[in-house]
Design a protein around this ligand. Structure first.
Ligand SMILES: [Cu+2]
Length: 174
């Protein structure tokens, strides 16, 4: 019973650790365009600069550019990582208004970091948004499930090993 309680406590602590905010999370320190910028020409790409290198990997990082209607998508391809900078190409923009840049990156400590910025297009462009099919195929997906499962598995095994050591110690002392 005591061993079970230790396992529950350790797994619980592990889950809190997974969900919690650690000080080593990456932070956004610069961007192009700047947050709340006003421009009469759409940017050819969005680049986001963080204080620590971002983990590169298939499906780990995404940048989405959403139009003034709140649903049309304007990024032209998947996000790429170069150390602290994450970049995504952008289509020629269309209607004027407020565009939102949403991002999710894998920080150096293994936790995902999300956020958003906006910029305002003051002169309409000739572009059209990505089609629905392109959106779903655009690789803008989140972190693969196996990454989470692997993390949870490591914590579970660590908790069990620790609990067994504690349990064995109890027996020897009894
Ligand atoms: Cu963290």
């Amino acid at each position: 019973m005591r061993r079970f309680a230790v396992v529950v406590a350790l797994v619980g602590a592990g889950l809190v650790g997974l969900a919690g905010t650690a000080s080593a999370h990456n932070s956004l320190i610069d961007s192009n365009p700047k947050n709340e910028a006003t421009t009469d020409t759409g940017p050819a790409e969005v680049s986001l600069t963080f204080d620590l290198p971002v983990r590169a990997g298939e499906g780990l990082n995404s940048i989405a550019v959403t139009g003034p209607d709140g649903k049309s998508r304007w990024e032209a391809g998947p996000a790429t990582v170069d150390s602290t900078v994450v970049t995504a190409p952008v289509r020629e923009l269309g209607p004027k208004g407020v565009y939102t840049i949403g991002y999710r990156v894998m920080s150096a400590d293994g936790h995902p970091v999300t956020g958003k910025l906006t910029f305002t297009l003051t002169r309409a462009g000739n572009g059209t948004p990505a089609k629905a099919a392109e959106e779903s195929a655009g690789g803008g997906g989140g972190i693969p499930l196996w990454v989470w499962l692997a993390g949870a598995g490591v914590l579970l095994v660590a908790g069990l090993v620790f609990a067994m050591r504690v349990g064995g110690g109890d027996k020897q002392n009894a």
